[in-house]
Design a binder for this molecule. Structure first.
Ligand code: ADP
Ligand code: MG
Length: 342
């Protein structure tokens, strides 16, 4: 996970994008297609805007960039921003004020924990830290101690263990540490849509590290996205995405830690405290990006055996799961919408 150096390089890229948009400003009222590239919270983001004015491009660039910088600082437990402050206060037994947007996301995370029977659990930061999944943690030189894992699990940490007094959060659990990584990209997609819609932008694709939301269409046609093979990354199928839909893929092949020459996925099974190895990837299409993100993570944890129960529990029609033996589980609607590439 060589993330730190990447951040430095790409930050310059963000400034370049802003400069490009500035140059276009003043070109007159004609509309153009524009692609904006950002790098934030360890992730490449590309936003394609269709038929926009130079002014819309400029404002979208500024507002998205500022939002991505803000959430990169405040929504990840290893940065000294708001989530870190919340975790620190809760750990010392205090109640803490939470900003409305983060409070909303944490409450939704708790809701998804209940819906998924605990497969999705955003309160396991102590475990993700133990496995070296936090951006600042060094890769562990050995597997975590089973006693440490057991001590955390015995306390049953979870976002559901947070109790709220309006927007003030507290917990009686000694081991709750919020790690919103399984839901953050969905929430950032949701916020990006709000920003673009408020600027009057009706047609766009927002792609955050492969999770994407489509607004409107692409020059009069529905957007088509490709699904790649988890093993060799070649395109295996395509899918058209309607206005307002989000496609989220959770996979265990892109982010992992390597301990003693073995790869461990960044998605943990909350029941065992160990990384998942029975699923390879889960793809979901849904109008709610936050739900789609949480559900994709839950499907990876639940695996093929729980595919039907979890898609029903989340109310998801369009989903696909590939397990580690290469078997593919599909909902009927996904089967109907997918175009397999020969
Ligand atoms: P990606 O970030 O690759 O899109 P996910 O949305 O599945 O993948 O999020 C994975 C992240 O979610 C992990 O890096 C970790 O921060 C957190 N996480 C790990 N296991 C779980 C889990 N069982 N439930 C909720 N969040 C999890
Ligand atoms: Mg997720």
């Amino acid at each position: 996970m060589s993330r730190v150096s990447g951040v430095q390089v790409r930050k310059r890229g963000m400034r370049w994008v802003l400069a490009a948009a500035l140059t276009l400003y003043g070109c007159g009222p004609q509309q153009q297609d524009q692609r904006l590239d950002f790098y934030a919270f360890g992730t490449e983001i590309s936003v394609t805007l269709y038929s926009v004015t130079a002014k819309q491009t400029l404002l979208a660039t500024e507002q998205l960039q500022s939002h991505y910088a803000d959430v990169g600082h405040n929504w990840y437990p290893w940065r000294r921003g708001e989530l870190h402050a919340i975790n620190t206060a809760m750990r010392s037994g205090s109640r803490v004020d939470v900003s409305p947007r983060l409070a909303d996301i944490i409450r939704r995370a708790a809701e998804f924990e209940l819906i998924s029977g605990g497969r999705f659990n955003a309160g396991l930061g102590r475990l993700t830290e133990l496995w070296g999944l936090h951006e600042i943690s060094a890769t562990p030189s050995a597997l975590p101690d089973n006693a440490d894992i057991a001590a955390i699990l015995a306390d049953r940490p979870g976002a559901v263990r947070i109790d709220w007094d309006q927007n003030r959060a507290g917990t009686r659990s000694d081991f709750v540490m919020l790690d919103l990584g399984g839901i953050a990209k969905g929430a950032i997609l949701e916020d990006s849509v709000t920003i673009l819609r408020e600027l009057g932008i009706t047609d766009a694709i927002i792609n955050i590290g492969g999770d994407l939301t489509v607004l409107g269409n692409v020059r009069g046609r529905p957007a088509r996205i490709g699904i790649r093979s988890p093993s060799n990354r070649s395109p295996i199928a395509s899918l058209s995405i309607d206005d307002g839909e989000t496609v989220v893929t959770s996979g265990i092949y892109e982010r992992f830690v390597e301990i003693d020459g073995r790869r461990y996925a960044h998605i943990l099974n909350p029941a065992t405290g160990y990384p998942v190895d029975h699923s390879v990837s889960a793809t979901i299409v849904h109008v709610d990006p936050v739900l789609a993100d949480a559900a994709a993570t839950a499907l990876i944890v639940g695996g093929a055996d729980e595919f039907d129960a979890l898609t029903q529990a989340f109310g998801i029609d369009v989903a696909l799961l590939i397990d580690s033996s290469g078997d593919v589980r599909l909902t009927q609607s996904m089967r109907e919408r997918l175009h397999w590439i020969e």
